[in-house]
Design a protein around this ligand. Structure first.
Ligand code: G3H
Ligand code: 13P
Ligand code: ZN
Length: 320
């Protein structure tokens, strides 16, 4: 058992309390390789922002859990070396079983998500409670989820049953003991969140209703990439084929960050930025074959993206 405290990481409790008070959200950026991690840490140090490093189970398989843990520990030292020791959380994204959450906690994660959102209500409560009881023994914070995020094939506007039901949140939070709650209000994962012709709009009215039922409780928004159109155009200009990719408008996320939303998850925008930069090098310098010559520009573009998010979307700059 490795405690996250020995690695210099923190859990999310104090960060969320401050974010709630200050009307901003903590960025939760996914990583599975070195360039992403370098970009996240450099961006967050330069903007003096706390950060949640997210690892999905797919990322864990891709990069190896031991390496990821040492990378997170390295990130703590890297931030210090860059001159500003920001608070860093290592968080399991979309944990789907008690065993996975337990394993991550034993490997030095300071926070886990148990995603029982696809389960019947009572089963979601039982699974989440079990993870909370285990995690809290080690001062690890837990995120639960109520409501299912619509997939791209679903018509978000019509699928009301996928939204979080405000009347359930108080009971869920009380009975599970979670530290934060992910909700479904019209965001979705990936780069195709709305269909062309659909109004890209999240249900801030449901968020408000949820806030009324559990005042001061930290809310999490998944699926919060904005799919910047200039980046999509760049991908397509350099040979990509991304059609009709639409994300969540940044102003809506800024509004949400000013409310009880304390954590905003962004992964796809980073994937798009990296892809655009790499495609550009491949087209403009077809003789280039040193990975540093295309991963370097990808890292630079990622860093700019994360700085922009921290300052203009999450409002987390100067909060570390
Ligand atoms: O919510 C999902 C995250 O974007 C992680 O995606 O499972 O492909 O690593 P992944
Ligand atoms: P995006 O696909 O919108 O970036 O969402 C990421 C996410 O929710 C990770 O849990
Ligand atoms: Zn997610």
């Amino acid at each position: 058992m490795i405690s996250y405290k020995e690695l210099g990481l923190v859990n999310s409790r104090d960060l969320f309390a401050k974010a709630m008070q200050g009307g901003y959200a903590i960025p939760a950026y996914n990583f599975n390789n070195m360039e992403q991690l370098q970009a996240i840490i450099a961006a967050c140090v330069e903007t003096k922002s706390p950060v949640i490093l997210q690892v999905s189970s797919g990322a864990r398989k891709y990069a190896n859990q031991t390496l990821l843990r040492f990378m997170a520990q390295g990130a703590v030292e890297y931030a210090k070396e860059l001159g500003y020791p920001i608070p860093i959380v290592l968080h399991l994204d979309h944990g789907d079983s008690f065993e996975l959450c337990k394993n991550c906690i034993e490997f030095g994660f300071s926070s886990v998500m148990i995603d029982g959102s696809h389960l019947p209500y009572e089963e979601n409560i039982a699974l989440t409670r079990r993870v909370v009881d285990y995690a809290h023994q080690f001062d690890v914070t837990v995120e639960g989820e109520l409501g299912v995020l619509a997939g791209v094939e679903d018509d978000v506007k019509a699928e009301h049953h996928t939204y979080t039901q405000p009347e359930e949140v108080e009971d869920f939070v009380k009975r599970t003991g979670v530290d934060s709650l992910a909700i479904s209000i019209g965001t979705s994962h990936g780069a195709f969140k709305f269909k062309p012709g659909q109004k890209p709009e999240i249900r801030l009215d449901i968020l408000k209703e949820i806030e009324k039922r559990i005042p001061g409780f930290p809310i999490v928004l998944h699926g919060s990439s904005s799919v910047p159109q200039d980046i999509v155009e760049e991908i397509n200009r350099y040979g990509g084929k991304m059609k009709d990719s639409i994300g969540i408008p940044e102003e809506q996320l800024r509004k949400a960050a000013g409310s009880a939303v304390c954590k905003i998850n962004i992964d796809s925008d980073g994937r798009l930025a990296m892809t655009a930069a790499i495609r550009k090098v491949f087209v403009e310098k077809p003789d280039e074959f040193d990975p540093r010559k295309y991963l370097g520009p990808a890292r630079d573009k990622l860093k700019e993206l994360y700085k922009h998010k921290n300052i203009n979307v999450l409002g987390s700059d100067n909060k570390a």
